[in-house]
Write a protein that binds this ligand. Sequence first.
Ligand code: IMP
Length: 198
Amino acid sequence: MKRIVFATGNAGKMREIREIMADMDVEIVSMKEAGITVDIEEDGDTFEANARIKAEAIAAYTDDIVLADDSGLEVDYLNKEPGVYSARYMGEDTSYEIKNQAILDRLLGVPKEKRTARFVCAIAAVLPDKQVLVTRETIEGYIGDKPAGANGFGYDPIFYVDEYQCSTAELTEEQKNAISHRGKALRAMKKLLHQYGF
Ligand code: IMP
């Protein structure tokens, strides 16, 4: 059976990709399960570049299909910050309670129509012949006035979606995956892999 190695150590992401790709005739394993450990410097200046850097670094160790993702939050009023620096914003070890409050403070008094934001996710695939495929999807929303919800992670408590009139931290994992940047990018990648015969 063909294998896909997904470049993540995150259990939630593994669950999501396994669910989305369940009907493909492939086994999906994490980097750790594939026995690959590699320190990768994500120094690209776009989500697509970083996803590709990760996927290609791992593909050097295997001829399985390798998938990697890179994602983050773009806040329009802040010139699309934190963007590709989402994980590193204010320092990697700073809690999201502090990061989220800092973004709320920077948007103090800014009306809803100027608080637009999006989560972006790029997925890169390296095929066994080392061809690279990339998908990129977004979920559009806005930065609320205060944090809400305990689900999800990262910037979810301050990112609100019109469809549900609540933050993505107030959605169930299933509701979020159905509309999220990562869910959409993974489904687009599945379609693309299918077109390439996988
Ligand atoms: P990575 O692509 O897993 O490295 O994620 C980059 C960073 O973007 C995360 O650490 C979060 O800060 C942020 N991020 C990406 N996707 C989400 C999401 O769905 N919810 C909240 N934060 C996210």
